[in-house]
Write a protein that binds this ligand. Structure first.
Ligand code: TXA
Ligand code: MG
Length: 348
């Protein structure tokens, strides 16, 4: 295996990274959401390296990244009018569209599905990398399967340092949660994963958009077909046991976070608390990390995965998390938190 090179990315280095992609190697790259682990989406062998590096189950399909909506016909068999409207409104940006697969896209990329997920990321380094490589770039989040998604190059190095050829360091990613995944192969469209583009924003453009029931599930999805295979796997999980406190009343949630942290600490556990700025003010116990204000879900989203990784480094036994309202970006945050907690939800 080639030694991992971390590139700060002047144009010459970007050219080297693009060449690695053309030659079937793995390049981790920044996007506006999280870091991606890229390979040529049309090259079965290269894509196999992604699954191997991440330890990802083979039925969990990858997102194909394009430099422009004009490249859609390279990977998609037919383009519905909704896709054109959404692309012009939200691309480049954190919206992934599930569309019919073109035969040129190998089944390994789509996890065996006849559909393919595509997006145009809103990040200059990602766009330039894809453009220069001249190929569509398959890119899951660049973490080991099951770990929190990486929002810095250091996170990628931590998880995949010896498994990728190049890491492009673009600094911390802006959004911090992954793209919204929307299935356009059914009518009305189905939201499979909430993310950077909100459900509310999609409904404004499309009219009705169905929320896949798995998104706010309060328990794990068992057997049976799920529409987005990624939803059935435990995700984003720190090593500690996570307790997610939810409820209607913000003050009661904050109070329950504090009392639960106290109970766990009294039982001899090393306790971490992930709180909002408002909730932290009444939290007297544990190692408290503040995500941001309750009124600012963007700040909570941006810091979420980095904080989960910090709890791992602090080696806490338990993490108590203050839940927020699942509206706007808060829906993506709560979806990730429920998975991180393994659905260990405490009602306040
Ligand atoms: O923001 C993002 O989307 C990041 C950056 C790197 O672009 N990528 C990312 O990829 O989060 P990944 O692999 O971690 O998540 C892809 C999600 C999974 O839940 C997967 O099941 C779903 O998209 N997905 C991919 N292809 C699909 C398809 N054809 N049908 C349904 N769901 C699909
Ligand atoms: Mg992922």
């Amino acid at each position: 295996m080639m030694r991992t090179v971390v590139l700060k990315c002047p144009p010459d280095d970007l050219e080297k990274a693009a060449q690695v992609l053309r030659e079937g190697g793995l390049v981790a790259f920044p996007t506006e959401t999280v870091y991606g682990l890229g390979a040529n989406a049309l090259d079965e062998k290269a894509v196999a390296k992604i699954f191997h590096a991440k330890g990802r189950p083979p039925d969990n399909p990858l997102i194909v990244h394009l430099a422009s909506a004009e490249d859609l016909p390279q990977v998609v068999a037919s383009i519905p009018p909704e896709a054109i409207v959404l692309a012009s409104r939200f691309w480049p940006g954190p919206l992934t569209l599930v569309l019919p697969r073109k035969d040129e896209v190998p089944l390994i990329t789509t996890g065996g599905l006849e559909t393919v997920a595509v997006r145009v990321p809103d990040h200059p380094l990602a766009l330039e990398l894809i453009r220069r490589s001249g190929v569509p770039v398959a890119g899951p989040s660049a973490n080991l399967s099951g770990r929190p998604s990486p929002t810095t190059a250091a996170h990628v190095l931590e998880d995949l340092g010896d498994k990728v050829d190049v890491i492009i360091d673009g600094g911390p990613t802006g959004l911090g949660v992954e793209s919204t995944v929307l299935d356009l192969t059914t009518s009305p469209p189905v939201l499979l994963r909430p993310g950077g583009v909100t459900w509310e924003a999609l409904e404004e453009v499309l009219g009705k958009v169905i929320l896949d029931p798995a998104i706010l599930a309060k328990e794990p999805i068992e057997e049976g077909p799920v529409r987005s295979p990624g939803m059935k796997y435990r995700h984003y999980a720190p090593k500690a046991k996570v307790y997610l406190v939810e409820g209607q009343d913000e003050e009661r949630i904050a109070a329950r976070v504090d009392s639960l942290a106290a109970e766990l600490a009294a039982a001899g556990l090393k306790v971490g608390v992930l709180a909002t700025a408002e909730g932290a003010a009444r939290c007297g116990r544990g190692l408290v990390l503040i995500g941001g204000s309750r009124r600012d879900p963007a700040a909570l989203a941006a810091s979420l995965f980095a904080h989960l990784r910090t709890f791992d480094r602090l080696d806490v036994d338990a993490v108590v998390v203050e839940g927020i309202k699942p509206v706007g970006l808060g829906l993506a945050v709560m979806n990730r938190l429920r998975k991180a907690a393994g659905y260990n939800i405490i009602e306040a």
